[in-house]
Design a protein around this ligand. Structure first.
Ligand SMILES: [Zn+2]
Length: 164
């Protein structure tokens, strides 16, 4: 279920591609435990065949489940590429692979999505982190311990707020 375009169909008219793709298809290697890609990639694209290549334009949207690097609070990051445009050459050395008239857009999309990944997700630009808990320590704890540490620290933070 990769995102593909059939060039033969494009001879007659442009093709509209719209829908959702399971994010597993993108095979994103986030290399960051604070950023999880679990939700489907939404796309709304139009493909057009030009003389020198395949032009695809439209929108890509992927919601990432992140943790704030400072306080570990869960935070949604909406990664949106709008407008997104790519021109895939069909001739020359840089030409894309065409298998049975079909071009796979997935590798190009994967690359562009990864380029837009947040480097340091924050719940708020002003986030001051956790009181009495260094993020470095919390990250070293494994699995459930990490979540618990985060939760209790938040409880502490809430208490502080109420006391003010
Ligand atoms: Zn935060």
């Amino acid at each position: 279920m990769a995102l593909t375009v059939n060039l033969r169909h494009l001879e007659a008219h442009n093709i509209r591609l719209s829908g959702e793709m399971p994010v597993s298809e993108l095979d994103l290697d986030t290399r960051d435990e604070l950023i999880q890609a679990r939700r489907p990639l939404e796309y709304d694209l139009e493909a057009q065949k030009l003389e020198e290549g395949l032009l695809v334009q439209g929108k890509l949207r992927l919601v990432l489940d992140c943790e704030c690097v400072r306080c570990l609070k869960p935070v949604e990051y909406v990664l949106e590429l709008a407008p997104w445009t790519c021109l895939l050459p069909l001739q020359g050395e840089e030409r894309v692979a065409v298998v049975n008239d079909v071009v796979d857009l997935t590798p190009t999309i994967r690359e562009d999505i990864l380029l837009e990944f947040p480097q340091h997700p924050l719940c708020d630009p002003e986030c001051s982190g956790l009181p009495n808990l260094s993020v470095g320590k919390a990250k070293k704890n494994s699995g459930a311990g990490k979540t618990e540490a985060g939760t209790s620290a938040w409880a502490e933070l809430n208490k502080l707020k109420f006391n003010n």
